[in-house]
Design a protein around this ligand. Structure first.
Ligand SMILES: [Zn+2]
Length: 237
């Protein structure tokens, strides 16, 4: 996990910058407040205004240490640009990401430390989580919908802080995922997302600052994926 501007300034949704490198349909920017995605979360999208018009940034691709911002047209841009992040998409993804942590916390508590084996958080208001739960009753998983929404209604603060990689490894429950745990930053720190007294875990994603900012969540279909995995689908309602 790199240091992202969106981690330091989560409210920065509009910014001026310059094009550092370009190829048809993609640019590297001097600075960027877009979340590039990762850990199952889709990237931000944005409108980019340039000297001759505007284009939409539809996603971000990390290549060779550079973040290429992908455009919806094969333009080869240069010079100064203005970027306005799609705030609705950011808010949707943040609601779902905080929601997946709430669900994860309840599964972890009620199903004896079950770990996450995969997650996908989409811009369309849906997400899925896979848990290592070989013996779980799917109806008991679905019954977590009401406790998840109760946490949302309780208006719990979501706090972000950093710990050393050693502390993250040695604190039980902080690394909750078998596949999507973020690597430490370049200075060896790990970003922690804490939801009140309910949950804290390593994560590089975008989150709400209070659970009450979320819409209610519906738990949809639960599928068995192989012998051990349960796939839980959620959506904002
Ligand atoms: Zn997360």
């Amino acid at each position: 996990m790199a240091h992202y501007l969106c981690h330091e300034q989560p409210d920065l949704l509009d910014f001026d910058t310059t094009v550092l490198a370009a190829r048809p349909g993609a640019v590297v920017l001097g600075r960027s407040a877009l979340h590039p995605g990762g850990g199952g979360q889709v990237s931000d999208a944005a409108m980019l205004t340039h000297a001759h018009g505007a284009a939409r940034i539809t996603g971000v691709a990390a290549e060779g240490g550079l973040l290429w911002h992908l455009l919806d047209e094969p333009l080869e841009l240069s010079g100064d640009v203005h970027v306005a992040i799609d705030a609705t998409r950011r808010a949707t993804v943040a609601q779902l990401h905080t929601g997946t942590h709430i669900l994860n916390a309840l599964v972890y508590q009620r199903f004896a430390g079950a770990l996450v084996t995969g997650a996908q958080i989409n811009a369309d208001g849906t997400a899925r989580m896979d848990f290592d739960l070989p013996d779980a009753d799917n109806d008991a998983l679905r019954a977590l919908e009401e406790p998840v929404n109760e946490v949302i209604r309780r208006a719990m603060d979501v706090r972000i802080y950093y710990v050393s990689a050693a502390e993250a490894q040695s604190t039980e429950g902080l690394i909750r995922s078998l596949s999507v745990a973020p690597p430490p930053t370049s200075d060896g720190r790990v970003r922690i997302v804490e939801i009140g007294d309910l949950d804290r875990q390593a994560c590089g994603g975008t989150h709400l600052s209070n659970t009450a900012q979320s819409r209610q969540i519906r738990i949809g279909k639960i599928e068995n994926k192989g012998r051990r995995n349960r796939r839980v689908r959620i959506e904002l309602v």
